[in-house]
Design a protein around this ligand. Structure first.
Ligand code: SF4
Length: 396
């Protein structure tokens, strides 16, 4: 996988003050992949040290008022040219900078205030639809014993749990909110494993309960709340789905977004307010662009075909009618299934970084499909699925 990385985050003394902003999480990440280091301000041949600069509207000015917009644009364009030859998947740039900032930059008052907006270089990269993040994202997603990665597995994908070097096991029935009477359906096992996969701290939940079994949305998300209480900041959901012919084909996919057609929402429950300040949660970026991009980069490196698309979550348990499949196709849906949406809503509301992976096992609405055929198909792709998840864990 290839990534662009701000030079100053790797310890190069190229900042305005003559220093660097060495970041351990970025250096660790950079050591695991092919990197191209960038510094648009050095590319513009600005001196080191130089006066601090901030964005004022569409301009960039030094603290003494000198307009250096053209220099910043020239430097950004030069770095963009190098970027195109390199074909990176991700850019990791220094937060808040008028060149490299992502989503928030200093407001031009030189008081430390921030405004919404991107640095000049970031704007160019985003126009190319690249995933651009700051060092803050890498620090946030980095797993540790205190912050293991949660992995929730669906039908036929539960054997990933066998990769875990276990430290302890947790019976689901000991988890707050999980229904005592719930028993696993075929292919599921109701015991979480805390441990490591390839040295990365994880908590694996190798099965789940569903709305279609008569459980409430609050019960369905009890595993997500448990993972959050354990300290997990990243959560990977894996589910088997049907594919909407014309929008995707059977095989592995990464979820970019969802449409909740279950008629249920875990946040519409007064008990949820124990964990949340407000139930009115924006869902714009529920599926982390950064984690999706990592998955795509890993898949490319490993030669695994990984599509992406929107997931529609239905109540089930009946499969889709022909009219429903036609409707989902017109909605731009690629995958349809009976899990995941409530869990993603809960995880996003709790501030967790979500990666949604799916194995599309069959055409949606196929009358020959049943739980057993889905499980068999899922197991055929188990090897690629495992390699993909391990590859993502390695890069976190
Ligand atoms: Fe760092 Fe970017 Fe500023 Fe260069 S332009 S010093 S890489 S923040």
């Amino acid at each position: 996988m290839r990534a662009l990385i701000s030079k100053c985050l790797l310890g190069v003394a190229c900042r305005y003050d003559g220093g660097a902003k060495y970041c351990n999480a970025v250096v660790d990440f950079a050591n695991k992949l092919d990197k191209l280091t960038v510094c648009p301000e050095i590319a513009a041949q600005l001196p080191v040290p130089r006066p601090p600069a901030e964005q004022q509207g569409t301009c960039v000015v030094y603290k003494d008022g000198t307009d250096v917009t053209q220099e910043f644009v020239d430097g950004a364009q030069q770095e963009l040219l190098r970027t195109k030859d390199f074909e990176p998947t991700i850019a990791v740039l220094k937060a808040k900078s008028p060149s490299c900032g992502v989503d928030r930059v200093f407001d031009g008052s030189f008081t430390g205030n921030l405004v919404l907006g991107d640095g000049i270089f970031t704007q160019l990269l985003k126009r190319e639809e690249m995933c651009v993040v700051t060092e803050e994202m890498l620090e946030d997603v980095k797993p540790s014993v205190e912050h293991p990665v949660a992995i929730v597995l669906g039908t036929g994908l539960g054997h990933l749990a066998s990769l875990v070097a276990p430290v302890r096991r947790i019976d689901y029935h000991d988890i707050d909110g999980f229904p005592m009477s719930a028993e696993p359906v075929s292919g599921h096992k109701f015991e979480a494993t805390v441990g490591t996969v390839d040295g990365v701290p994880v908590v694996v939940y190798p099965g789940r309960i569903h709305l279609y079994q008569g459980y409430s949305a609050a019960e369905v998300v009890s595993l997500v709340r448990h993972a959050h209480r354990l300290g997990c900041k990243d959560i990977i959901f894996a589910c088997a789905t049907g594919v909407i012919d014309g929008n995707a084909t059977p095989g592995l996919g990464v979820l970019t977004d969802h449409i909740n057609l279950t008629g249920a929402n875990p946040l519409a429950d007064k008990d949820m307010l124990r964990d949340l300040d407000t139930p009115f949660v924006g869902m714009q970026d529920a599926y982390s662009f950064y984690l999706r991009s990592l998955a795509q980069g890993v898949a490319k490196d490993l030669g695994i075909k990984l599509q992406e698309g929107v997931y529609a979550g239905t109540l089930g348990p009946s499969f889709e009618t022909a009219a429903e499949v036609a409707m989902l196709r017109s909605f731009g849906v690629s995958y349809v299934g009976m899990s995941t949406v409530c869990e993603v809503i809960m995880a996003h509301a709790l501030g967790m970084n979500v990666l949604g992976l799916t194995l599309a096992t069959n055409d949606a609405g196929d009358p020959t499909v049943n739980h057993e055929t889905i499980r068999i198909q899922a197991e055929k792709h188990a090897d690629d699925f495992e390699r993909l998840v391990r590859g993502v864990l390695h890069l976190l």
